[in-house]
Ligand binder design. Sequence first.
Ligand code: TRP
Ligand code: SF4
Length: 418
Amino acid sequence: MQSGMNPWSSNQTVDVDRLFAEFGIEPIGEVVQRLPEVPPFMRRGVVVGHRDYQVVADAIRNRTPFHVLTGFMPSGLPHLGHLMVMKEVVWHVQQGGNGYVAIADREAHAVRGISWEKCREFGREYLKALYALGFRGTTYYQSKNERLKDLAFEASTKVNFSDLAAIYGFGPETSLAHAVSVATQVADILFPQLDAGPAPTVVPVGLDQDPHLRLTRDVAHKFRMFTVEDRGDYISVRSKNAPVEALEAVHRAFPGSKKYSGHVDIMGRPYALVDDTAREIEIAHGGFGFYLPSSTYHIFMPGLQGGKMSSSVPESLFGFYEPDTSVRKKVMAAMTGGRMTLEEQRRLGGEPDRCSVYLLNLFHMLEDDEEFADLRRRCESGEMTCGQCKKETWERVQAFLVDLRDKMDAVEHLADEV
Ligand code: TRP
Ligand code: SF4
């Protein structure tokens, strides 16, 4: 099997439809209707897909426990391209999620050769930005989290080299540290459940990170002692590798159940009750009882200049502490969907769907739906010139950055405590 996707590749073109068809990512569509309040990134088509998000949406609606986790590789300073996933994590925390953020210094060191000192320096900036945007919860550096590293080792017992070759295209030349950093990311994704108990967990990521989710869901499944299946008339709890006492405990927990070799059949009980009980018994017998992690997938904002957004192309993005003059220049020079002449623009209107200034507003700078609809209308009607539009957008960007920097300065102590 070929992965068709390499999370470490710098030129990332992901074919959304193929990914969905081939790997079983669900379009985000229906599941958002379960949410009590739909965030801008879901309303505006930024988040396009998910795995098992329904359990998280239900937890939000029913106010039951859930975790949210993501990770950042500190291979440089945080910038515009990191803002979306930060907002997604913060939103889930505000919806009642128990928040976690990993600074993936093991990955940055193993894959990008970043020194530990630099990892710390960059990591601190990510954490400041997160706290400034309203994140509350647990944050850690992979290299400093002992329980995480133990979990990564345990996860490694469930992964072999042919899995890594199939999922990531790893070969004989791949460094062992790279493989260890993969196991560490698997551990990141499961860590909230180790730390605070099993519960649905959402991992908001870009589509490029899906291989890690597939691997982690596979590992979480292999860790389970039981599978619990609804067979219509009854519920079957099947042992995968449970100690005999654990299966016996399931039998005893449900008087009237029938025990066979390797499975227990339970009649007249709700699925959720049986599932929870099996999980508790598993944990009492030394298992983890992990839920398979859920995920959401967002598309990437193209660069301001119209190409890809990448830190190797400075004009494609701006940093949070970049001087105003420099950010202004980039916004004013951004690629627009404007026409060749002013006369044409007035007559035909602009083409927002091909415009990076429009996307900057869609992703980040204009959260109010009415104002945003108005921007589109003024663009398409030819009422607004691109020059005017860029000027207004720059003013929003500037206000946003002033506020963000103020807040980042104010939460420095939180980042330093990590
Ligand atoms: N690999 C991710 C990146 O390149 C960073 C990361 C590390 C991560 N651990 C994670 C992302 C856990 C999501 C969940 O950006
Ligand atoms: Fe883009 Fe604004 Fe020009 Fe429309 S008016 S094409 S949104 S810059």
